[in-house]
Design a protein around this ligand. Structure first.
Ligand code: DX5
Ligand code: ZN
Length: 226
């Protein structure tokens, strides 16, 4: 059965080969990706350190894909607008890291990007109640943030459904992005449960994979119920 909604694949460069990042970005674009997921980690909010503003500026020059910055950092309000200025089209901040979410989301929008709220697996959706109307999207983590290649947490499906229901009941337009452990085997299930933007890192960039073909395969698998 075909799914009648807009599904976008967002390859996460966290699992890419950084010595040939430009080529790998071109490959996923050829494969049909529309968004590039850019994971920013500070070694404090999560136990890993990745890339930041200088890398984003270089990537921005290289691609026309939308760039989606997932800020896994403490005090994201200090940097969110800098990421927009450096070329991000979408920026998400973790609800667990920001006591002034309204202000940060507004600042991201005012700077010209879409503003998202990221939510860890053990964080209740009830905390989104008041903030949801101000978000363009919600990034639901289906693994604990910090590393690529982890296993999808099965209860995320049910959480996705509840989030979708909250959004619909409130008459809002926020889109749902799912991040972590997505494979050809489970992508149709997350789409069916309400996800519209699907992040995939290791399923696209692992060593034995052709990123362009892997992107195409995920897009195809997303359109089929399993
Ligand atoms: C994890 C990152 C993810 C990660 C996903 O903390 O936020 O975006 O790159 O990688 P996979 O698809 O391998 O789980
Ligand atoms: Zn991410």
């Amino acid at each position: 059965m075909q799914i009648n909604k807009m599904i976008q694949i967002a390859p996460s460069i966290l699992s890419a080969d950084f010595t040939k990042l430009g080529e790998q970005i071109e490959a996923v674009e050829t494969g049909g990706a529309e968004i590039l997921h850019f994971d920013v980690m500070d070694g404090r909010f999560v136990p890993n350190i990745t890339v930041g503003l200088p890398v984003l500026r270089s990537v921005r020059k290289k691609t026309r894909l939308k760039i989606d910055c997932h800020l896994m950092i403490v005090e994201p309000s200090r940097y969110a607008v800098e990421f927009v200025k450096a070329g991000a089209d979408m920026v998400s901040v973790h609800v667990e890291a920001d006591p002034h979410l309204h202000r940060t989301l507004m600042a991201i929008k005012q700077a010209g990007a879409q503003a998202g709220i990221a939510v860890n697996p053990a964080t209740s959706l009830s905390i989104l109640e008041e903030a949801l109307p101000f978000a363009d999207f919600v990034l639901l983590m289906s693994v604990n943030p910090g590393f690529g290649g982890q296993r999808f947490i099965p209860s995320s499906i049910e959480k996705l459904r509840r989030l979708k229901q909250m959004i619909v009941e409130k008459g809002l337009r926020a889109r749902i992005e799912i991040d972590g452990g997505i494979t050809k085997q489970n992508i149709a299930r997350v789409v069916e449960a309400g996800a519209e933007i699907i992040v995939a890192g290791s399923a696209i960039f692992d060593d034995n994979k052709n990123p362009s073909e892997a992107t195409k395969e995920l897009i195809l698998a997303a359109s089929e119920w399993v």
